[in-house]
Design a protein around this ligand. Structure first.
Ligand code: IMP
Length: 202
């Protein structure tokens, strides 16, 4: 069975592929994974929903309608309790026009200035929409943690240098990608997605 990952982000494609076709997993010989690189005619899909669910479904639906291939799209947000859940669905664009990972992290540090460790709790939420002929389903992964007071680590992307998952004293960016792939919000959501895909292929 073919599936297409509805993202242009190469980093994400690699991370998702690594988890979905985990060599010991049951799906390895059952699915062939494509990405939007295989469908260059599909341009950027505007993420204008008010929730992660809306955005993920819009991306998966658009790609399925254009390719007729089972589509899997994710949308992720960092929800910070002291900021009433912001940046949330706006995580990518948090620092405004031309936002970069660095500027987003700097803005987050500034907004949390003076807030003590115990009140710096946050969670990453990843929503994956799977849309195909016979299916329209969601897989969700959440990881709770806290926002550090300075950036640490070189790996990963986005808010990785600031996010310390619960049970760890290091940030996502200080973990190797293998460790992050085991514990991250996206890997939890993908594990759910794998179960859904597995059911579809049997
Ligand atoms: P997206 O929906 O996966 O593109 O995520 C939106 C934004 O959330 C990204 O631009 C990143 O800033 C942030 N983000 C998503 N996943 C991660 C992650 O695994 N680590 C750190 N930041 C992330």
């Amino acid at each position: 069975m073919k599936i297409v990952l509805a993202t242009h982000n190469r980093h994400k494609v690699e991370e998702m592929k690594a988890i979905l076709v985990d060599p010991l997993g049951d799906l390895k010989d059952r699915i062939e994974i494509l990405s939007l690189e295989d469908f260059p005619e599909i341009g950027e899909i505007v993420e204008d929903g008010e929730t992660l669910e809306e955005n993920a479904r819009k991306k998966a639906r658009t790609v399925f309608e254009k390719t007729s291939v089972l589509s899997l799209a994710d949308d992720t947000g960092l929800e910070v309790d002291a900021l009433d859940g912001r940046p949330g669905v706006y995580s990518a664009r948090y620092s405004g026009e031309g936002a970069t990972y660095l500027r987003n992290n700097q803005k987050l540090l500034k907004e949390l200035e003076g807030i003590p460790q115990k009140n710096r709790t946050a969670k990453f939420r990843c929503v994956i929409s799977i849309i195909g002929d016979r299916i329209d389903d969601l897989a969700i992964g959440e990881v709770k943690g806290k926002i550090g007071t300075e950036m640490h680590g070189e790996n990963g992307f986005g808010y990785d240098p600031l996010f310390i998952p619960h049970g760890y004293e290091i940030t996502y960016a200080e973990m190797g990608s293998q460790v992050k792939n085991r514990v991250s919000h996206r890997s939890l959501a993908l594990e759910q997605a794998k179960k859904i895909l597995y059911r579809l292929t049997t």
